[in-house]
Write a protein that binds this ligand. Structure first.
Ligand code: ATR
Length: 298
């Protein structure tokens, strides 16, 4: 480097499998421009057996940090030398900071989700009756952050009831209820409904009874797409006051990761308005995170 030349940009990226369709490079590029940070953000496609080599190789080449997406989040948790409280609660890492060869793991999925719901959508979670529909990895990732908001009640419902029971057992709390989809029709409407099934990734909505929704219910889909997702379309048809897809969660978790790495929190508002232009037509999972990949995102 000569005295006149700009310093080389710091390198960041997303490691997952696959990662080709991820919107994370676009999002982080916008954040970097907005905050005048000199960095690049690249995609690293690594199959499970190559994950550790990819992370260590990136660090050895001077890389400063990585986001982690499916299927590596649990492996990233195991690999990191130290982990934040949020990562420990989730048992998963989506943000790695690399310093002197040491890996520090964090998890911004939960805080990104809560921030989108409570700050961007102005939906109160404390004291609310909440139902999470689905009990896979995506559902597991949001239960801890939801409980921290102190809802009046949190029910986990799943087609396969045993999986919902496993989550409830893990989080053992008096607030938690559990049911199978066949029992949903007997429940009164909820204040907040969160779709954590992966059905929308295939363009479907499971046959939830419309009685779950009251006019003032708030419905949130962890899947995002360029228009209404199947769950959002269904919720609106049932008369829900507000039904929102999960683009904001993707943007907010990225902003949290950026803040961890650069010490400056970008303004997410410009990107929150971009979902229609920036997302693909195919519905994708918002956190890009906890599910076995069926779309690709980050
Ligand atoms: P993810 O990490 O995306 O959550 P997962 O762990 O495979 O992926 O979980 C997928 C979730 O979507 C599960 O709750 C699944 O229900 P089952 O546990 O009964 O399989 C749910 N799901 C997927 N397709 C569905 C469908 N067509 N109808 C109802 N639930 C569905």
């Amino acid at each position: 480097m000569t005295n006149n030349s700009k310093p080389a940009p710091d390198r960041y990226g997303l490691v997952g499998h696959p990662v080709a369709h991820s919107r994370s490079p676009l999002i982080h590029t916008v954040f970097a421009r907005q905050t005048r940070q000199n960095l690049t953000y690249e995609l690293l496609d690594a199959a499970p057996h190559a994950f550790e080599t990819a992370v260590r190789g990136f660090g050895a080449a001077g890389g400063k940090g990585l986001n982690v997406t499916v299927p590596h989040k649990e492996a990233a948790f195991a690999l990191c030398d130290e982990t934040s409280a949020a990562a420990q609660k989730a048992g998963a890492v989506n943000t790695i900071s690399i310093k002197g060869g040491r890996l520090r793991g964090d998890n911004t999925d939960g805080v990104g989700f809560i921030r989108d719901v409570t700050v961007n959508q102005h939906q109160r979670l404390g004291g609310a009756r909440i139902i999470v529909l689905g009990a896979g990895g995506a559902a597991r990732g949001i239960v801890g952050p939801l409980l921290a908001e102190q809802p009046a009640e949190l029910t986990i419902a799943n087609r396969t009831k045993e999986r919902a029971e496993e989550i409830v057992a893990q989080f053992a709390g008096s607030l938690l209820g559990v049911c199978g989809f066949d029992e949903l029709a007997a429940l009164p409407p909820f204040d907040v409904l969160i779709n954590a099934t992966s059905a929308g990734l295939k363009g479907e909505t499971p046959p939830f009874p419309g009685t779950l929704i009251a006019p003032e219910s708030f419905c949130y889909d962890l899947v995002y797409g360029s228009g209404d997702t199947p769950f959002v379309t269904w919720a609106k048809a049932q008369g829900a006051a507000r039904a929102v897809q999960g683009w904001g969660m993707l943007v907010e978790q990225a902003a949290e990761s950026f803040a961890i790495w650069r010490g400056i929190r970008p303004d997410t508002k410009p990107l929150l308005k971009q979902s229609a232009r920036w997302t693909s037509h195919r519905p994708q999972r918002a956190p890009g995170m906890m599910c076995e990949i069926r779309g690709a995102f980050g």
